[in-house]
Design a protein around this ligand. Structure first.
Ligand code: NAP
Length: 476
């Protein structure tokens, strides 16, 4: 069902969308598939709700977020199971994602109260200069499948906190967890029109959002390719834009690093969500003197990772989202092998319990990776870890910086001076120093270069939904 103007509704066309479990290939649910007409209705409802919503006291807007968070906390296990069923990640990771999603609601319920304006000293005694913060207006939010709950609350929570109504389109492969989030908003009594859910054709639903002059802001998380298209589409109506796009994270291990910590950390960073996260490690750079020992310890641990249906106990690697994702991984491995890489473990698609239908791929380590390989430049979005070696710190930083992407980078070292050189030399929006999991609700998340523009999370996240209105008062 779609959620428009406070009501659950079928799509105007009556068309439906099938949702598939990537671990089994089975259709688990059919949901309404919306189009341009549904999108228009949702935008109009959001627009009607704007004047009342922005006038509510920030504390009252925050209270709706707190209530929604409470409801979701009560349904966290059910929601986590749904995430695993529709996109495959291990249940433990789905629980982690649901907690993070709730954190964004709680955080922005508080941040709503801290939208401070400014008073600027004037150059003339008879003048007063003020900056007021105002909500941008109706916000369109388009989200991916790899974090189907957290990517939604990371956008809705700051938008609503700032006073902006939203129209949301989740990925077509993961609409079920989005529906659960909206059920919670409904149960929390959110005024009608303030949050609307559109599931369906990306070109029609998002096309309507992009062409509508009523939509003042587009916030998108997804591939760089689609993000660039939306930036172009937003030009005609000059929308405010936030883009959380692709990444290609380097993970640098220096010879002075705690090797056990580095190995455990890269396992988490690379293989979480079967390698399908925007900030997951895409390239591992290891200093020559420790490369052999690192590879040995790493491969031993990768070989021990349990593959399977994410709902089963102990599973650490679930399926990839679909057959296309498996093929992309196969192509990158084949290209790397042709250019001299050696498969140290894994390397092929696999089945679980002899079952047909799931899109599983073995966690894979490639040795002797080189800079001319496709995997060195293109986002993998799968469980493949290429290892490169380097000799000096300068070389590591230079090769770690990517010409196109600048989302996340990781470095492991115990040297404080080197740590500062890394923080300053790495051209990335997020840096994990001896930390493989930097994401948290209270910190800004986002990329440089073609990894995007704008930030989500932290006090910075709410600014994306606010305008500065400058008022100059004369003749005082
Ligand atoms: P995607 O193909 O770009 O899709 C993302 C969203 O855009 C989906 O809702 C999709 O709808 C919609 N979409 C697709 N084509 C569109 C079009 N032509 N016009 C308008 N909307 C369109 O990305 P994905 O495969 O879902 O997600 C993986 C990508 O997201 C990776 O590149 C990853 O790095 C990136 N990501 C970035 C972050 C970050 O914070 N920087 C976080 C997570 C993921 P349909 O599903 O209906 O096609």
């Amino acid at each position: 069902m779609l959620y428009i103007d406070g009501q659950w509704t079928h799509s105007q066309s009556g068309e439906q969308l099938e949702v598939t479990n990537p671990a089994t290939g089975e259709v688990i649910e059919k949901v309404a598939k919306g189009g341009a007409g549904d999108s228009k209705l949702a935008i109009e409802a959001a627009d009607r709700s704007f004047s009342d919503w922005k006038k509510l006291a920030a504390k009252e807007r925050g209270a709706y977020l707190v209530k929604t968070a409470e409801i979701l906390r009560g349904k966290a296990d059910e929601l986590a199971e749904l995430v695993t069923k529709e996109m495959g990640k291990p249940l433990k990771e789905s629980k982690g994602e649901v907690n993070l999603a709730i954190d964004y609601l709680d955080w922005y319920a508080e941040e709503a109260k801290r939208v401070y304006g400014e008073t600027i000293p004037a150059s003339h005694p008879s003048k007063r200069l003020h900056v007021f913060k105002e909500p941008v207006g109706v916000t369109a939010a388009v989200t991916p499948w790899n974090f189907p709950v957290a990517m939604i609350t990371r956008k809705i929570a700051p938008a609503l906190a700032a006073g902006c109504p939203v129209v949301v389109k989740p990925a077509s492969s993961t609409p079920l967890s989005a529906i659960k989030v909206f059920e919670a908003f409904h149960e929390a009594g959110l005024p009608k029109g303030v949050a609307n859910l559109l599931i369906g054709s990306a070109s029609k639903v998002v096309g309507e959002m992009m062409s509508s002059p009523k939509v003042k802001k587009i916030t998108f998380t997804g591939s760089t390719e689609v993000g660039k298209k939306l930036i172009r589409d937003s030009a005609d109506t000059v929308k405010k834009v936030s883009m959380e796009l692709g990444g290609h994270a380097p993970f640098i291990v220096f010879e002075d690093a705690d090797l056990d910590l580095a190995v455990d950390s890269v396992i988490g960073s690379k293989f979480r969500n079967a390698g399908q996260t925007c900030i997951c490690t895409n390239r591992i750079y290891v200093q020559e003197s420790i490369a052999e020992e690192f590879s040995k310890r790493f491969v031993d641990k990768v070989q021990a990772l349990a593959i399977g249906n994410g709902l089963a106990d102990g599973v650490e690697i679930g399926p990839l989202i679909d057959e296309g994702a498996v093929e992309k991984v196969e192509e990158q491995i084949q290209d790397a092998q042709e250019k001299g890489a050696v498969v140290l473990c894994g390397g092929k698609r696999t089945q679980v319990n002899g079952q047909q239908g799931g899109s599983f791929f073995e966690p894979t380590v490639l040795g002797q990776a080189t800079d001319d390989m496709v995997i060195t430049r293109e986002e993998t979005f799968g469980p493949v870890a290429p290892i490169y070696t380097f000799s000096t710190e300068e070389e590591a930083i230079e090769r770690a910086n990517h010409p196109q992407y600048g989302l996340a980078a990781y470095a492991f070292t115990k040297d404080l001076s080197r740590s500062y050189r890394l923080m300053e030399g790495l051209e990335y929006g997020i840096i994990g120093l001896n930390d493989p999991i930097p994401t948290t609700a209270q910190a800004p998340f986002g990329g440089m270069k073609e990894s995007g523009t704008g930030r989500e999370g932290g006090r910075q996240g709410i600014e994306e939904y606010l305008e500065d209105k400058f008022v100059s008062i004369g003749n005082i």
